[in-house]
Ligand binder design. Structure first.
Ligand SMILES: Nc1nc2c(ncn2[C@@H]2O[C@H](COP(=O)(O)OP(=O)(O)O)[C@@H](O)[C@H]2O)c(=O)[nH]1
Ligand SMILES: [Mg+2]
Length: 459
C-alpha cells in the first residue's frame, strides 16, 4: 500500500505564464486545506472542480501567491489517488516556495516519473502504457505522438493480453490433462498445443517485425546524402531542409565536414546528413572530410547516392555504390541535373538503364517529392496500412517478445519430439512470463524502477 503524499512541479522550470504544482496521495486534500484560502475549504470543494484563492504561510498568514486550485478525488485521477493541482504564477521562485511549503506540511518530493509510477502501481495503466506516456512527451513529430497515444490507450497491451490469454488457455488445458491422464487425451492435447503455438508465434512475429518501423519512428532515421563532388548533395540538403545551411558552389570539394539537420517526412523524424564528396584527393582537410563521409555511410539507415547526369558516370560514382553495398546499406540512386540534358533520347536511355533510379533537377525543383516518397516507403517497407497497425516502438518490448518467442519455439520442438505435457507447460509458462514483463504482470522491481527513473520530474 502506498501511504505517503508526493508533490512536484509538473510544468517546465523557467520563465512561464503559470506553473502547475501537483500533489498526490491520501493527505493531498488535508495539506491543501492547511495552506489554501478560498471561498470554500478544499475538503468541502467538489471533486473535479477549480477554485480561486491564495496560498498563505500558515504561521504568519502572509500570501505567497494567488492561485487556481484543482481538486480531484480518487479514484478518477491520473494516479488513482487524491490529487490536488495548484496553478500559480510562473517562474521558478514562486513554484519553489509553494513546493517547500507543501514539503513542510507533510508531502515529500516526488521522484522522476513517480506520479505515473503510482498510476501503474495502482493498476490504472500497465507498464507499456506508462512507457508510452514518456514517448508522448518526447515525441518529435505528430505521427510519433499519435502512435504513443494509441499505446497509452492500450493497443499494444490489448494485443499482448490476447496472446497471453491464448497461452493461459493452453496451460489450463494441460492442467486438466495432468489431473485426468488418459493416453489418448494427451496425444490430442499435444497436437492442439502444436497448432496453437504456431499461431501464437506468427502473431509475435508480426509484432516483432513492426519494431523496424517503430524504431525508425521513435528514434528517427538517419539518411546520408553521398556522391562525388559537385553532383548537388548540398543543394539537395538545402532543398529538403528548406534552409541554406550547406554551402553550395560550383567548386568541387566545397563541403568539408558532415552537416546535419532534422526534417520531418510524413511524420517520420529524419536526420539528414550532407557529406563531403567522395573522391581521392591530396588536400588533407578534404581527405578527412572524405573519411567522415565514409563513416557516415556506414552508420546510416539509408543512403541517397547522387550522380550528375550531365556528366559521364564514372568509377568514383560507382565506388560509392560499392561502398553502400559493402556495408549492406540500402540506397536510393538519384540522377541530378536532368535540366542539363538537352537530348531527350539520352535521358530516356538513362531511365531505361536505371529503372529504379530517381531523376531530378534541384535547380528546377523537379522530382524532389519522389525522393521524399522513397524515404517514406523505405521506412514503411511499402506498407500502405501502416497507420492501422499495432506498432512496437520500444526496444525493451521487442527484446521481451523475442524471448517469449524463443520459449514458444522450444515448445514446438518439444511437441514434435512428443515430450510430456509437464515439460511443455514449463516453456509455455516461461514465455508467458516474458510477455508479462512488457505489461508489468511479471515485472521485476529493478526494471520498473529503471523505467520510471528515465521520466522527467513532475510526471
Ligand atoms: N543545372 C543544375 N545545376 C545544379 C543542380 N543541382 C546543383 N547544381 C549546381 O551544381 C553545383 C554543385 O552543387 P553542390 O550542391 O555544391 O554540390 P555538392 O558538391 O555535391 O554538395 C552548384 O553550382 C549547384 O548550383 C541541378 O539540378 N541542375
Ligand atoms: Mg557540398
Amino acid at each position: 500500500m502506498i501511504n505517503d503524499t508526493i508533490a512536484g512541479i509538473s510544468t517546465a522550470v523557467g520563465n512561464s505564464g503559470i506553473s502547475v504544482i501537483r500533489m498526490s496521495g491520501p493527505e493531498a486534500v488535508l495539506i491543501a486545506d492547511r495552506l489554501f484560502k478560498g471561498k470554500k475549504r478544499v475538503s468541502e470543494q467538489e471533486s473535479h472542480t477549480v477554485q480561486y484563492g491564495k496560498i498563505l504561510f500558515p504561521e504568519t498568514g502572509e500570501s505567497i501567491d494567488e492561485v487556481l486550485l484543482t481538486k480531484m478525488k480518487a479514484p478518477r485521477t491520473y494516479t488513482r489517488e487524491d490529487v490536488v493541482e495548484i496553478s500559480s504564477h510562473g517562474g521558478y521562485t514562486i513554484a519553489r516556495a509553494l513546493l517547500n511549503l507543501l514539503y513542510e506540511n507533510g508531502a515529500r518530493p516526488a521522484e522522476a516519473g513517480e506520479f505515473t509510477k503510482r498510476a501503474f502501481l495502482n493498476g490504472r495503466i500497465d507498464l507499456s502504457q506508462a512507457e508510452a506516456v514518456m514517448d508522448i512527451i518526447q515525441a518529435r513529430t505528430e505521427r510519433v505522438s499519435k502512435v504513443a497515444i494509441k499505446q497509452l490507450e492500450g493497443d499494444v497491451s490489448q494485443r499482448l493480453n490476447q496472446i497471453r490469454e491464448s497461452i493461459i488457455l493452453l496451460l489450463s488445458g494441460i492442467e486438466v490433462n495432468l489431473d485426468y491422464p488418459e493416453y489418448d487425451a494427451e496425444e490430442v492435447t499435444i497436437n492442439q498445443i502444436e497448432q496453437e503455438t504456431e499461431k501464437i508465434i506468427k502473431e509475435l512475429d508480426n509484432l516483432i517485425k513492426s519494431f523496424r518501423f517503430g524504431k525508425l519512428l521513435r528514434e528517427g532515421m538517419e539518411v546520408v546524402i553521398a556522391g562525388k563532388p559537385n553532383v548537388g548533395k548540398s543543394s539537395l540538403m538545402n532543398r529538403l531542409t528548406r534552409k541554406n545551411k550547406s554551402i553550395v558552389t560550383d567548386i568541387p570539394g566545397t563541403t568539408r565536414d558532415v552537416i546535419e539537420d532534422y526534417i520531418n517526412i510524413k511524420g517520420i523524424p529524419v536526420k539528414l546528413l550532407d557529406t563531403a564528396g567522395v573522391r581521392s584527393t591530396h588536400d588533407i582537410v578534404e581527405q578527412q572530410g572524405v573519411e567522415r563521409s565514409l563513416k557516415a555511410i556506414s552508420d546510416a539507415d539509408l543512403i541517397i547516392v547522387i550522380f550528375d547526369s550531365s556528366r559521364e558516370i564514372g568509377g568514383e560514382d560507382q565506388s560509392i555504390i560499392n561502398k553502400a553495398k559493402e556495408e549492406q546499406k540500402p540506397y536510393i540512386l538519384c540522377f541530378n541535373k536532368i535540366d542539363l540534358i538537352e537530348d531527350e533520347e539520352k535521358l530516356e536511355a538513362l531511365k531505361m538503364e536505371n529503372p529504379h533510379a530517381k531523376f531530378i533537377s534541384i535547380t528546377e525543383d523537379a522530382g524532389i517529392e519522389k525522393i521524399e516518397e522513397s524515404i517514406f516507403n523505405f521506412a514503411t517497407e511499402n506498407n500502405q496500412d501502416i497507420d492501422n497497425q499495432v506498432l512496437i516502438t520500444n526496444a525493451r518490448h521487442e527484446h521481451q517478445l523475442k524471448r517469449a518467442k524463443e520459449y514458444l519455439e522450444t515448445v514446438l520442438s518439444n511437441c514434435k519430439m512428443r515430450m510430456t505435457l509437464d515439460i511443455l507447460a514449463l516453456d509455455l509458462k516461461a514465455s508467458l512470463e516474458e510477455l508479462g514483463k512488457i505489461t508489468g504482470h511479471h515485472a521485476d522491481e529493478d526494471v520498473v524502477n529503471a523505467i520510471f527513473a528515465r521520466f522527467c520530474l513532475g510526471k
